[in-house]
Design a protein around this ligand. Structure first.
Ligand SMILES: CC(C)(COP(=O)(O)OP(=O)(O)OC[C@H]1O[C@@H](n2cnc3c(N)ncnc32)[C@H](O)[C@@H]1OP(=O)(O)O)[C@@H](O)C(=O)NCCC(=O)NCCS
Length: 152
């Protein structure tokens, strides 16, 4: 499958919202995506197929000089397991390193019951950093995962 990874613009907000809402229980107001797009610290990428069909996205934000945090990430079910997620993740790492040259660490939070997400992140080289008790609600715990980047 031919996949292209490109920057998300204001024209993509509706599709981004639809995809985020379909693949994850936590999503944003449409205006919030626009704020992310217009904010220098954020990077938003989408995966499209050869016909420019929206198949997945990833959103990350520089948290401080050294750390970049993945806020939201997903691929439509029918396109999973074809390395689209891996491509989105490796591209956002590259974009973050190019845009913010002091970044050394990439982090993300994941609910402890998202076994597929956890398998995916471990496969990408992320390691568990800490437990976030009740982070997603009462008795809904999370993990922070992280990975060193820019080791050169
Ligand atoms: C997590 C997600 C983005 C992965 O996207 P994807 O395009 O399917 O991922 P890839 O095809 O690049 O998978 C890479 C590796 O991750 C692991 N993996 C991915 N999906 C898996 C599954 N269903 N079962 C077991 N391992 C899986 C495998 O090791 C896989 O490599 P392999 O196919 O060679 O075995 C996707 O499952 C998704 O959108 N999930 C719902 C949203 C979500 O949970 N987002 C993360 C929130 S923190």
């Amino acid at each position: 499958m031919e996949i292209n990874i490109v920057n998300i613009t204001s024209d993509d907000v509706k599709e981004l919202y639809n995809c985020n809402k379909t693949v994850l229980p936590i999503y944003y107001y449409k205006d919030q995506y626009l704020e992310f797009i217009n904010d220098f610290d954020h990077i938003l990428l989408k995966a499209v197929d050869k016909d420019n069909i929206f198949i997945g996205y990833i959103i990350g934000r520089r948290e401080n000089k050294k750390r970049f945090h993945i806020l939201s990430f997903g691929v439509y079910k029918q396109f999973r397991r074809q390395k689209v997620g891996s491509l989105l993740m490796s591209e956002i790492e590259k974009h973050a390193l190019n845009k913010f040259d002091s970044i050394q660490f990439i982090s993300l939070n994941v609910i402890t019951t998202n076994h597929i997400g956890i398998k995916f992140y471990e496969n990408c080289g992320f390691k568990k950093v800490r437990l976030l008790e009740h982070y997603y609600g009462l008795n809904e715990h999370g993990f922070t995962y992280g990975k060193n980047i820019n080791m050169a």
